[in-house]
Design a protein around this ligand. Structure first.
Ligand SMILES: C[S@@+](CC[C@H](N)C(=O)[O-])C[C@H]1O[C@@H](n2cnc3c(N)ncnc32)[C@H](O)[C@@H]1O
Length: 282
């Protein structure tokens, strides 16, 4: 017991190098956490796992109009959750394939599909074969949750399967958001109202800032009577210039800079922004 406590406290006083530990599987693959996430996705008013549903309706409308989605457009939704974007796009005529690590979210997306043009798959977009597509979506700032190596890997994989005139719509955390972030540590019984485990537990939530290279870590230590686990949630905050250079290195050029994935105007003082990128000529 003392040993476990010592290890937990040792971990808390030592911070890992950015992106050195954790990864999407750690955060997204626990079945209880998946069910909690699904409840957040499906709550129309909570912007936690997905944005609120009024925003998503506007975003889908904007994607259809501004990115020219119509009959037969091949859409690849990376980290699609329960298909809140994929399903309405398929109902509009697109052929949409959604991929997500969460089996619970994919089951919900499949059940909610009203068009056979939507297909869903449990998989890791960093390793699973990706289909040919005209438009790729990576929505809700998941790009910055990946290490620089994984970001590059994903972009190269997407580009390899994208039509020459295809587009990727992606949103990112801004430098401004990072400037507002504060470090801190909270200890609470059933931290986040039972989000992390169905039974009793004590949760520790620590926020760590890495000024260089502008990365934030939310580290959760979940101590249940019979097990202790740590979950790392990383968030890179890229300037517009950094993001543009990063996409260029992976063979994309930025065609539009926006405030969000519903087409708002870019605002450098907002916590997020969005980009439309297209393959540079091959
Ligand atoms: C913040 S949610 C956003 C879901 C959806 N894009 C939306 O806005 O409604 C991120 C989703 O990405 C999925 N995810 C994260 N990393 C992934 C990976 N490497 N491969 C597949 N899915 C991933 C998670 O399971 C989760 O459902």
């Amino acid at each position: 017991m003392t040993r476990v406590l010592y290890d937990v406290l040792q971990d808390l006083v030592h911070v890992p190098e950015p992106f050195a530990v954790g990864g999407p599987q750690e955060l997204w693959s626990d079945p209880h956490v998946q069910r909690q996430m699904l409840a957040f996705h499906l709550d129309p008013d909570i912007a936690a796992a997905s944005r609120d549903h009024a925003f998503i309706a506007r975003s889908v409308g904007w994607i259809i109009d501004a990115l020219g989605v119509g009959e037969g457009t091949r859409v690849l939704d990376l980290g699609c959750g329960p298909g809140l974007y994929a399903n309405p796009l398929a109902e509009h005529g697109a052929r949409v394939h959604g991929i997500d690590l969460s089996a619970v979210a994919i089951e919900a997306g499949t059940q909610r599909a009203r068009s056979d043009r939507a297909s869903f798959e449990v998989g890791d977009y960093l390793t699973a074969p990706l289909p040919d597509h005209d438009l790729a979506l990576l929505i809700y700032c998941d790009y910055g949750a990946m290490s620089p190596t994984d970001r590059r890997r994903l972009l190269e994989r997407v580009r390899a399967r994208m039509a020459d005139d295809g587009r990727l719509l992606v949103d990112l955390h801004s430098e401004h958001r990072f400037a507002q972030l504060e470090e801190g540590c909270t200890v609470a019984e059933r931290l986040m109202d039972g989000f992390w485990a169905p039974g009793p537990y004590v949760g520790i939530h620590q926020t760590v800032r890495y000024d260089e290279p502008r990365v934030a870590l939310d580290r959760y230590v979940i101590v249940e009577p019979g097990r202790t686990r740590t979950v790392h949630s990383w968030a890179a905050h890229l300037s517009l210039e950094q993001a543009t250079a990063e996409f260029a290195r992976a063979g994309f050029q930025v065609t539009d800079v926006l405030g969000d994935v519903a087409g708002a105007e870019y605002d450098p003082t907002a916590p997020e922004y969005a980009l439309v990128v297209t393959p540079r000529s091959r």
